[in-house]
Design a binder for this molecule. Sequence first.
Ligand SMILES: *[C@@H]1O[C@H](CO)[C@@H](O)[C@H](O)[C@H]1NC(C)=O
Ligand SMILES: *[C@@H]1O[C@H](CO)[C@@H](O)[C@H](O)[C@H]1NC(C)=O
Ligand SMILES: *[C@@H]1O[C@H](CO)[C@@H](O)[C@H](O)[C@H]1NC(C)=O
Ligand SMILES: *[C@@H]1O[C@H](CO)[C@@H](O)[C@H](O)[C@H]1NC(C)=O
Ligand SMILES: *[C@@H]1O[C@H](CO)[C@@H](O)[C@H](O)[C@H]1NC(C)=O
Ligand SMILES: *[C@@H]1O[C@H](CO)[C@@H](O)[C@H](O)[C@H]1NC(C)=O
Ligand SMILES: *[C@@H]1O[C@H](CO)[C@@H](O)[C@H](O)[C@H]1NC(C)=O
Ligand SMILES: *[C@@H]1O[C@H](CO)[C@@H](O)[C@H](O)[C@H]1NC(C)=O
Ligand SMILES: *[C@@H]1O[C@H](CO)[C@@H](O)[C@H](O)[C@H]1NC(C)=O
Length: 563
Amino acid sequence: MVLKYDFAILSALVEATVAITANAGTLSTADSHPWRAAGPHDNSSYWFDELKNTLDVMQSEPFWNGTYWPDTIQWIGAFLNTLVAASERSFASALEAGDGASSGAHIPPGSNQAEIAKYYSDVRAYFDTEDVIQIFDAAYDDAQWVVLEWLEAIRFIYQHDDYASSAQGKADIARFAHRAHIFYNIVQDQFNTSLCEGGITWNPTLAPYKNAITNELFLSSSIAMYLYYPGDNDTDPYPSPAYTNATNTTLPALPPLAAHDPVLLDNAIREYSWFQHHNFTNDQGLVVDGFHVSEGQTTCDERNEMVYTYNQGVLLSGLRQLWEATGDIQYLIDGYAFVETVINATGWYTGPSPSGEEEGEEAGQWAGLGRKGIMEDYCDAPANCSQDNQIFKGIYFHHLDLFCEALPTRTPLIEGVTFTASPDLAAEHAGKCRGYLPWIRHNARAALATRNDAGVVGGWWGAGFVGKSQQAWPAYAVPKPEGSIDEKNEEWVLGEAPWKCHGWHCQAGRQGRRAGGLVGGNLMRARSHRKRDVNDQGRGRTVETQGSGVGVVKAAYNVGRID
Ligand SMILES: *[C@@H]1O[C@H](CO)[C@@H](O)[C@H](O)[C@H]1NC(C)=O
Ligand SMILES: *[C@@H]1O[C@H](CO)[C@@H](O)[C@H](O)[C@H]1NC(C)=O
Ligand SMILES: *[C@@H]1O[C@H](CO)[C@@H](O)[C@H](O)[C@H]1NC(C)=O
Ligand SMILES: *[C@@H]1O[C@H](CO)[C@@H](O)[C@H](O)[C@H]1NC(C)=O
Ligand SMILES: *[C@@H]1O[C@H](CO)[C@@H](O)[C@H](O)[C@H]1NC(C)=O
Ligand SMILES: *[C@@H]1O[C@H](CO)[C@@H](O)[C@H](O)[C@H]1NC(C)=O
Ligand SMILES: *[C@@H]1O[C@H](CO)[C@@H](O)[C@H](O)[C@H]1NC(C)=O
Ligand SMILES: *[C@@H]1O[C@H](CO)[C@@H](O)[C@H](O)[C@H]1NC(C)=O
Ligand SMILES: *[C@@H]1O[C@H](CO)[C@@H](O)[C@H](O)[C@H]1NC(C)=O
């Protein structure tokens, strides 16, 4: 049975699921989706504890060296630090709401404050260890992860101060803002209409490739700059005082950029409009990876049909914030459609086999981006994800979490600049996001179920399909979309057509600079000798798979707190 996508039906199912799971740890086979079996854990304090647990593992696992994660690459480090800062906002919200206080046993009074101070010092420590020289000269997507990272830290500082009158972090705002400014400046004027009528190319040292991630980031980083960046007049253009010596390069002065500069809003609007008019979605509505421009052409005429989870996510925070800046609900409506397409593409609505067996065959079929309601990238089941790809699902859920933040009804974020929602609109948004919650928690439970003895989350959340003791299950690898090149996992293709630079619209002279950041350290390694379960295969459990766990558990907690 295939259910139509209908929120009335969804709500009924949700209620049924909750009612059943409240009694027992397993679902009755009478439920039309037995594989949605949950745990008894459906309250905020459970998810709050799990957020703390997964974050604690990410920050204290000795192998990852606390706040520095020497094994990761710079753009992922920027995202991991974003997750820490965003978790800080969750802890601050929990403190405001008194969560944890009510759960008694788990959370001693005052521990949120201690947690907040501890993780804030991690965020701050990363400011100094971040390899800004390397990432400054990486590709146009890399720079924007750094922008989002420091804006998230600034959001935390303001939020915590508003509630707790805490001076914590106040003295850091100016330097965090300056770093966001320096990195935004790299992309600020890169929207270029000479090819494809607009958009930003991924990497100036490769043949022009206007890809989803760089352009979604430009939407999301531009609008987040518009809303949360406090302004910066420091004209020092160098990401680090050591930059000139390290690169033998001097840079022009950085132009001051004021808070809420209209150019930031214009960039976001123009970017999303371009994105919409250049069909980035496939038959299913999933966002594909990007477009090449054939030699001698000026239009985006060569589409790469590859589908990755993170490309479905980064635009969501941008759409939420575009609504806030313009009051135009179409941005939210588009966002709901993107989310619902993804939920559908995990097979969440696929019924069990007609024979009614518990292991529904249809539900187990690949639905475009997962199966049995669990999100997967193509590389997850065969355990051949690159380092980049291991963090993608965490990025998806982090941006979904931001999208679902409650709409302000009483006071605008910025008087005279941003909009408030009518009570009806706020309720509708909350209702939509509550509708996503069973699916989000289904994914979070699947992720948590992959933890090993050290509490480290695995990369293939669907591993429960096979026995934990078994080796990777070749039958679970599915063919990639027709017309796709999986350049995130097959990086050697970047040395070949159509990626390689042939001097046409690319800066061949810069090879080894921006390109270096892209490829460096990102090769797949067979790391684990202990092939204990499917999630120890390939790169195995890493700080990236753990980060993806933090991302989904954070969403399971935050979206569950919406009222
Ligand atoms: C929340 O769930 C946890 C874990 O299942 C349970 O121990 C706790 O009693 C529950 N708390 C409330 C307030 O229901
Ligand atoms: C982590 O790495 C940094 C930078 O290399 C080093 O200074 C620090 O001592 C390390 N910390 C731990 C706990 O290993
Ligand atoms: C930057 O300079 C302008 C003009 O002097 C001033 O209004 C603004 O407050 C300054 N911004 C910051 C962040 O210092
Ligand atoms: C840059 O190199 C010069 C010459 O070796 C040295 O004097 C200077 O201290 C270095 N500057 C920084 C910031 O490392
Ligand atoms: C640094 O750049 C200058 C000017 O372009 C050049 O003369 C010099 O040889 C370069 N030094 C190194 C170490 O590359
Ligand atoms: C975008 O492309 C997909 C795949 O070719 C197609 O199914 C869809 O109809 C197109 N959408 C628009 C709006 O053109
Ligand atoms: C979800 O998938 C079903 C079955 O493939 C399809 O009929 C339906 O239109 C899809 N809905 C969305 C929102 O993609
Ligand atoms: C991963 O393994 C699957 C199944 O063997 C294969 O189809 C796919 O091409 C592999 N991908 C990479 C990046 O090696
Ligand atoms: C826009 O792209 C074209 C073609 O690659 C290039 O020649 C031009 O310099 C770019 N413009 C800007 C402002 O970067």
